[in-house]
Design a protein around this ligand. Sequence first.
Ligand SMILES: Nc1ncnc2c1ncn2[C@@H]1O[C@H](COP(=O)(O)OP(=O)(O)OP(=O)(O)O)[C@@H](O)[C@H]1O
Ligand SMILES: [Mg+2]
Length: 771
Amino acid sequence: MSRVFVGRRRELSEARRLLGDARLLTLAGAGGVGKTRLALRLAAEVRRTFPDGVWLADLAPLQDGELVPQTVIAALGLQDHSARVPVDTLLEYLADKRLLLVLDNCEHVLDACAILAAKLLSEAEALRILATSRQFLNVEGEQVLEVPPLSVPDPDRLSAGGSFIEYEAVRLFAERAAAVVPRFAITAGNGAVVARLCQGLDGIPLAIELAAVRLRVLSVEQMLERLDDRYRLLTGGCRTALERHQTLRAAIEWSYDLCSPREQILWERLSVFSGEFDLEAVEQTCADEDIAQQDIFETVIGLVDKSVLAREEHGSRVRYRLLETIRQYGQTHLAESGQEKPLRRRHRDYYHDLAVRAGAAVMSSRQTEWLQRLRLLPNIRVALDFCLTEPGQAQAGLQIASTLQYYWLFYGLLREARQWLTRALKLDPRPTVIRSKALSAAAFIHLLQGDTDGALALRDEGNALARQLDDGRALAHATHICAMAAWAQGDLHDAIPLLTEALERARTDGDDPTETFIDQLFLAMTTALLGDGRSAARSAETLAAAESAGAEWSIAWGRWALGLHHFVQGDNRHATGLFQDALRLHRTFSNQWGYAWCTEALAWTAATDGQHERASRLLGATEATLRTIGGMGGFKLFAVAHERCETQLRHAVGDDAYAAALQRGTDLSPDQAVAYALGGQATTLSPAPSPTRAPAVLTPRERQVADLIAQGLSNKQIATKLVIASRTAEGHVENILTKLGFTSRTQIATWAAARERPVNEQPNGGWGREP
Ligand SMILES: Nc1ncnc2c1ncn2[C@@H]1O[C@H](COP(=O)(O)OP(=O)(O)OP(=O)(O)O)[C@@H](O)[C@H]1O
Ligand SMILES: [Mg+2]
């Protein structure tokens, strides 16, 4: 489709003026009148006046108003991993932003848009919203600009023989006509006829575009005659919106009638898609005894030629989309044809299959490619919606939502994933392996969101189900979650046997290589954190597994885990290099979760290297990222490590210098933060006066207990030795862990053994070092 923009000077200047005064401007008007096009143009023109940018949320593909806030979050390029209400995520992010948010095609989710706009505008003071909608939003402070059709010559001018090309509708026709018949131009000879045609089409750009295509087979005169016969609409003058709507409908109908029967059927069928789709999807979904699969390609070409189908290129892939008005027309026909249900089922089957293929590619070098490809998420949503609204289809819904587990994570759509899974789990309680996988996926998402209680309930259900089923795959899923839950709660010692078992089961009986990798990864991290002698081998193995699979995300995490091993061993140079490598990889697919973990880990190494400014800034950068994605999730250990690093820095440079450096980090944009983290040395802040070691925080008895731990004694042995009850000994150990911010006995042992040595000689095994 040609993309030349025609006219609209008056509307643009009016819209700019209104947008200067009002915080919400709605471009309202009939379907196909050019609201979206005008909004995009306006957005491009005013871009410079919004330091935080102009962002477009396309709401046309949505079926459900509930998804509006999430769509906006995604449109802003944010990833939210938290269990927060999406609106809160938006408010948090938009609070101090000077940006323009474009909400395109609000009409079918009008209430949700109105509520969201009102809320955002009332709390984000510098925010402006530009909406397009067939109906205005009816929000306080809203300014509405009725988008008129393109200008057409009036009958008087016509008879006086004016310069037709001055009129927008004529210009658009000429533009589009030239794309069909290369030498087409408006001349003294054809000008009046074109003008009458444009008038007959009420100056509606979509109608004009559809008409221009017909030049391939008809002259303008012939077209005019037919239009005349057909609608007798050439009375001129100003029409009401309703009449314009009829004109457009007539224009679309006319296009429809000009399609071959096969094209008509395909047009109807294509209306099951939402947003963009590709040829493969059309072939798999729309072919049957009425249209053979091998005819689909030709038929698609026919529809593109007739401007029914818009063609869009994304890198090396071509995708298609239907303009909303055209889709709706097709949908009406589809509903009448009685074919809707079988078609929606085939659509679901195709996207179900696609989801399974994507799920299988998570641990492969094609994972990034799939990440791009699955941007066809609106269709995944349609498929899920079918599963959850058609009786007896929920099992497929469970599978789609759970097989896409990691994609939801990569896209920052955990909340949505959780909603789908929760609904599907409730709808279909049958004890199946798919359910066990879905329970595992849901539990993992709860953990990532920091909802440990929710995760534990799902874990228990998964365990019970696995026992009931007595199936190796289900047992693998259940053990995986048990291990993850233990880890998330900071029970490293408990996690080791669970992770070992989970890994074993995943390898022998499991059906998900990603689960295997994650078990392996967490085992590597756990042994590293505990300073366990197996950690070098574990992390090397993990990285090797990731590299042989070739998936960038897994390689990034493999490097991260190896970095952690080196860090705990006190080899900061290697650790830093590996954390930076991991960050570089995360950058290739903008994984903000990955950013946070890497900048965080780089802060730990910088802090122990005495690079206080750098460490503080990196902590600030991490905090900024975490604020947008909604926290580190339920990984207690990292919260502990974060706090320890912070305490260390505060002691080193003083609260004020620390706060100032932290702020410098928080102020970095995500790109700047990544660049900074990948950069070389930063200046070292001179320490604030007397950052001498903090006074001993342990009681003499606790120190005694710590020493005994260092000698390798168990709680029971300590109790016997000190002649105290076992429970009392446990209590002392608990207190030591809390006071020192440690999570393991190994850390206490390292600390106790090393505490007489100067700080810079201690290995980082004590990153739970005495504060
Ligand atoms: N000023 C213009 N110059 C060139 N093409 C235009 C112009 N305005 C609209 N069009 C074209 O007309 C068609 C319909 O426009 P658009 O999608 O903006 O309509 P809309 O009012 O947003 O419709 P809907 O209500 O269905 O969303 C599109 O193909 C668009 O590119
Ligand atoms: Mg539109």
